[in-house]
Design a protein around this ligand. Structure first.
Ligand SMILES: [Mg+2]
Length: 402
């Protein structure tokens, strides 16, 4: 069977490039998109090429970025503009294939295997797209071309901005294996440390390990990564418009300042749990597992999850469990920069582990109430209704992702 040809297209400094479309003068100075520059609160969400020269990092505080570069121009984010551009860019991709799977607002995979007869090789399509997106949208993209999604993604990361990198069965060892393990998209900070502690420093070090050893030290998920870095992967590029059967639903908020006040943390957690609960009810599912994750100002992560006795779709329960979990991994007054609440392990109907024959609708009133709130939200917008705690304090989130 012939190899697939997959492109991963990644917009360069997307938020910063988007802001510069109507403000070409932004391109001539070091510029960052992020939180309020007057109060120096908030964090850097994106920076332009000139700001990169000052070693300004995404997610560092505006305060610290301005110390590195006192003349830094800080522009607030305009999320509606970004999603509008994102839709336009994906529409251009779809002229070349119907297999276009967005990975985030500024990244998509394209399977162009069947498009080559019409539009040329993978590299040619990549170069065409780079030229078109730059001319028609005004932002540059980097493209990786390969036979797996992972290698295509690593290819788009390999050379930036405005470049095409082709990773083949012949050259992937030479190009990707010398990179540090943490450059692999599925390896987080904790796994990276675990690998380094064992003398596994590069992607090649990991790829060359014995399969059984990998499974022993990093489990099934580590084995999956091991396969991917060896080019063994058949994950498909999903057609445009395809909705994943979600395995989990979560919501993360990066706060515009570090939260230390317990009341503020509870308010933030309730808003997040409410978002998760309302999406869960919209999906028609019930969840057995609730998890919580928080990051401190250095983005150090702590997380914990718990399996419930009864699968639930109720905000109140998700919130209560999340706060309980948080109290186990967060000391009072430790500053919180980001907070995530999530649910997983879904059932189609409410299921009780304790007693499968018991009527699970013991709290129908609460469920009814939350359903009613969902309906009102659907009709009048998200911010119309909320629990008492929501909105008691000022809005605590400045960046929300799902
Ligand atoms: Mg990008």
């Amino acid at each position: 069977m012939n190899d697939r040809v997959i492109l991963h297209c990644d917009c360069n400094s997307f938020f910063a490039s988007a802001e510069s479309i109507d403000h070409p003068e932004y391109k001539t100075v070091p510029m960052a998109v992020g939180g309020d520059p007057k109060t120096r609160h908030g964090i850097v969400l994106a920076k332009n090429e000139l700001a990169k020269k000052y070693n300004i990092q995404t997610a560092e505080t505006i305060w610290s970025a301005m110390k590195k570069c006192p003349g830094l121009l800080v522009v607030p984010p305009h999320y509606e503009l970004y999603s509008k551009l994102s839709r336009k860019i994906n529409a251009i991709y779809q002229e070349y294939t119907d297999l276009v799977e967005p990975f985030s607002v500024d990244e998509s995979w394209l399977d162009v295997t069947a498009s080559q007869k019409l539009f040329g090789s993978g590299r040619e399509i990549a170069d065409t797209l780079r030229k078109r997106i730059e001319e028609e949208i005004g932002v540059t993209i980097s493209v990786g071309v390969s036979f797996t999604k992972t290698f295509a993604k690593m290819g788009s990361d390999y050379k930036k901005p405005n470049a095409t990198t082709v990773i083949t069965r012949e050259n992937f060892r030479e190009i990707l294996w010398p990179l540090p393990v943490e450059d692999m998209m599925f390896i987080g900070k904790n796994s990276a440390k675990m690998y380094h502690d064992r003398g596994i420093h590069t992607i090649g070090d990991l790829a060359k390990l014995d399969k059984d050893y990998v499974e022993r030290i990093s489990g099934k998920s580590g084995l999956d990564v091991w396969r991917k870095v060896n080019g063994i992967e058949d994950d498909p590029v999903m057609p445009a418009g395809y909705e994943y059967e979600a395995k989990s639903i979560s919501h993360m908020v990066t706060f515009d300042h570090n939260l230390t006040d317990p009341e503020e943390i509870r308010t933030g957690a309730l808003k997040i749990a409410d978002e998760v609960g309302s999406r869960l009810r919209k999906s028609g599912k019930y969840a057995f597992v609730v998890y919580v994750q928080w990051k401190d100002p250095d983005l150090k992560v702590k997380q914990k999850q718990r399996k419930l006795h009864d699968s639930t779709n109720r905000t109140k329960e998700i919130y209560t469990v999340a706060m309980k979990l948080l109290s186990e991994i967060h000391r009072p007054y430790e500053p919180v920069r980001m907070l995530t609440v999530g649910v997983s392990d879904f059932t189609d109907v409410p299921v009780s582990q304790a007693n499968l024959f018991e009527d699970p609708h013991t709290d129908e009133k609460q469920e009814k109430l939350e359903q009613t709130m969902d309906q009102i939200r659907a009709r009048f917008g998200k911010n119309v209704v909320g629990f008492a705690r929501t909105g008691k304090k000022k809005d605590t989130g400045n960046r929300e992702e799902s």
